[in-house]
Write a protein that binds this ligand. Structure first.
Ligand code: UD1
Length: 420
């Protein structure tokens, strides 16, 4: 277990390239189960979650090799339709194999993901949708057992907009017989990227990018190549990191449109921001203004940037309220930020932040991926040294974050040791 040691109070300056999107890769990779053959996915981030998905697919017979950012997957010989607990417990996105397996092979056995660090995360919407498509599903002894003949298109309305359920259902519906309509489908860019990839593979999908998708099932799909979209959450993390340190940076290999809600709130906080088609420049103001945010489905403010925003608001001059409407309990980072000297109260699903209190470095503990990012941000402005323990959470979703931060002038070192 590694830790990061950060010496704070250095302004970030310079430019950094953003990696491919974790959440897009995790959807594209299992789509290769839908048609046997060789796929090349460029701009793939080298992350622990991508490795976990590779190991899961390998356990089913898929060949994988990542060279630089080129991930090659060979799904010619699938030997198993099972996703064991050993893989799924490491990463909930493993559930993405369910849809493709049941659609192509008529059977799947996938471990239930269970909860996560900040509370329950059910998969009922995934199961309900596959049942509507004709799959027989039994949940017993911690596993989802699905069987089906050919799936049949159906009308599906999601009561809650879910990224994962939309992705899983799309991957099943492309091989179903007849038409599937999906209402209140997720429109996150990672879902749009998956839908576009499925179209490249021969899928027939209308309404891509809207919350009503219409899928005309086909008999067969074929392999395709694609480039993974840039990671909008990593982009937002670097922008907030620059803002909290009073720095000025440019991030490259981004899609500014995907970051629009975060850019707008950073501008409200006083940051000056300009964009090109694939880069964003941010200059921090002398002092940050407090800005309330409430997370929402895309194009709203992402829940995956909530923790970083709370860290940013500890440095603003005044009080702000950050509300999470997607995950009501996602505040494990708050007690750790308080240990650094932040003044934050939790009321239901909101954090009330009184900014402007100086943070002082100490030891803090990562509890999940984005919570860890918020602790790094706090460490970058804290006086003295901050040790962020258990950074394996960060390695799940940020490619070489310490190398990238160092290139911007941060003083951050990874230290390896069992006791962290
Ligand atoms: C994805 C992202 C995650 C992000 C989240 C919300 C991936 C791999 N992960 O997670 O980083 O934080 O979107 O943007 O892409 N829900 C149900 N039943 C279900 C499924 C979801 O009630 O069967 C609820 C969840 O509890 C949550 C909401 O729906 O309140 C949205 O969750 P969802 O969009 O499904 O998140 P994930 O796909 O798991």
């Amino acid at each position: 277990m590694d830790k990061f040691v950060i010496s704070g109070r250095r302004k970030l300056k310079g430019s950094v390239s953003i990696s491919g999107a974790k959440n897009a890769s995790l959807a594209l990779m299992p789509a290769t189960l839908l048609a046997g053959g060789i796929y090349r996915l460029s701009n793939t981030p080298d992350l622990k979650d991508v490795t976990t998905m590779s190991r899961l697919l390998e356990s089913m017979g898929v060949g994988t090799s990542l060279t630089g950012d080129q991930l090659v997957l060979d799904s010619s010989r699938i030997t198993s339709q099972e996703a064991p607990y050993a893989h799924v417990k490491k990463m909930r996105a493993s559930i993405y194999v369910l849809g493709p397996l049941v659609a192509r092979y008529g059977r799947a056995k996938v471990s239930l993901p269970g909860g996560c660090a900040w509370g329950p995360r059910p998969v009922n919407l995934h199961i309900d949708a596959l049942q509507k498509l004709g799959a027989k599903i039994e949940v017993k002894r911690g596993y989802i057992h699905a069987t089906a003949g050919r799936l049949i298109g159906a009308k599906i309305h999601f009561d809650v907009s879910s990224v994962g359920a939309t992705g899983n259902t799309l991957m099943a519906a492309v091989l179903a017989k007849g038409t599937t309509t999906m209402e209140n489908a997720a429109i996150e860019p990672e879902i749009t990227a998956l839908a576009e990839f499925l179209v490249k593979m021969g899928g027939r999908i209308e309404g891509i990018g809207t919350n009503k998708l219409e899928v005309e099932g086909v008999d067969d799909l074929h392999p395709a190549d694609t480039a993974t979209i840039p990671d909008r959450i990593e982009a937002a993390t670097f922008l907030t990191a620059a803002a909290i340190t009073g720095g000025s940076i440019r991030i490259d290999n981004v899609c500014p449109e995907h970051c629009a809600s975060v850019i707008a709130r950073l501008q409200d906080a006083g940051c000056s921001i300009t964009s090109t088609s694939d880069s964003i420049n941010l200059e921090s103001p002398g002092s940050l203004r407090p800005v309330d945010v409430s997370t929402a489905i895309y194009p709203g403010f992402p829940t995956d940037v909530q923790a970083q925003w709370i860290a940013l608001m500890t440095a603003a001059q005044g009080s702000s309220v950050v509300t999470d409407t997607i995950y009501l309990d996602r505040f494990k980072h708050v007690p750790e930020l308080v240990r650094l000297g932040a003044d934050i109260q939790i009321r239901n699903n909101s954090a009330l932040i009184t900014g402007g209190k100086p943070l002082m470095g100490t030891m803090v503990m990562s509890t999940d991926l984005r919570a860890s990012a918020s602790l790094i941000l706090a460490g970058l402005v804290a006086e003295g040294t901050t040790d962020v323990l258990r950074v394996y959470h960060l390695d799940r979703g940020y490619e070489a974050i310490e190398v990238k931060l160092r290139s911007l002038g941060a003083d951050i070192t990874r230290v390896s040791g069992e006791e962290f």
